[in-house]
Ligand binder design. Structure first.
Ligand SMILES: C[S@@+](CC[C@H](N)C(=O)[O-])C[C@H]1O[C@@H](n2cnc3c(N)ncnc32)[C@H](O)[C@@H]1O
Length: 264
């Protein structure tokens, strides 16, 4: 749960420096192309696990977004960036808003589902909020088939207050027999007053088999759809070459699983 991770609680204010909105430009363009080419057209989108709203920031000019996250601290970060979007605190496994959307997105927050029951619940949430004929898009960073151990670094930049953040990441699989892998992070956070703190924390992240994804989508009632250009490739550093987007040159860092709710 996000409450278990400092990154999404007391460190949430560092999110825009650790994972800056610009890093999401390309994959948001890919998602916009997917939603933009849907028939009937997508206008209203529910983003489950919207975090700091960095994907949303690139989509909000084109779609009306409702953003859901379990962390009040992350919602606060997103409200500053996306004041025009609706923000709602909730658990993506259980939230029920009592209305539907043209499309439902669960981007990298879906990684925090580490067991099949939790993943099933999120897919059911997406189905409950997808109008008949609507589209659901899930973008996990990892699948069991494509995962390979990796290390890398990222973050950076400086904000107006003079703060700076960077991180290193090691990702490995403690047990290939289960559905999750582990990312060990080391965040280096330079405060505006010159003090530096180094924070280490391990995140458990889902890496389900493709067959599990397709089965759970079908169980929930979705017609699994091939993503335009097929499933895109993994994050930089995972060893897989990034796949091309649908004509826009944009690409995803993760994998795209699409489901359409039947119209009937
Ligand atoms: C990597 S961040 C998402 C970043 C986001 N894509 C963005 O554009 O800023 C992961 C988010 O998932 C949220 N999260 C994790 N488990 C959740 C759950 N069960 N329900 C809702 N949000 C959850 C965390 O609070 C965190 O904000």
């Amino acid at each position: 749960m996000p409450g278990d991770y400092r990154l999404y609680t007391d460190l949430a204010d560092w999110w825009p420096l650790i994972s800056p909105p610009e890093e999401y430009t390309e994959e948001a363009a890919h998602l916009a192309a997917v939603f933009g080419s849907a028939v009937p057209p997508v206008r209203e989108v529910l983003d489950l696990g919207s975090g700091g709203g960095h994907v949303a920031a690139h989509l909000k000019g084109r779609f009306a977004l409702t953003l859901v996250d379990a962390s009040e601290e992350m919602l606060s970060v997103s409200r500053r960036l996306n004041p025009e979007c609706a923000h709602i605190r909730g658990d993506m496994r259980t939230i029920r808003l009592g209305r539907t959307f043209d499309a439902v997105l669960a981007h990298d927050a879906i990684d925090y589902m580490t067991g099949e029951d939790d993943l099933r619940q999120v897919i059911e949430t997406a189905f409950a909020h997808c109008r008949p004929g609507g589209l659901a898009a899930f973008v996990p960073d990892y699948t069991a088939e494509t995962f390979s151990p990796a290390s890398g670094s990222g973050g950076g930049g400086r904000d107006a207050a003079g703060r700076q953040a960077s991180f290193r990441e090691w990702t490995w699989d403690p047990d290939p027999g289960d559905d999750w892998i582990q990312s060990e992070y080391e965040f280096v956070l330079h405060a505006a007053d010159g003090t530096v703190q180094v924070v280490r924390e391990a995140h458990r992240l889902g890496a389900f088999r493709r067959s599990t994804w397709l089965r759970l989508l079908a169980d929930a009632g979705f017609d699994p759809q091939p993503g335009p250009g097929g499933e895109a490739a993994s994050r930089p550093g995972s060893g897989a070459a990034p796949g091309p987007g649908p004509g826009s040159g944009a690409r995803l860092r993760g994998h795209l699983f699409l489901g359409r709710r039947p119209s009937g």
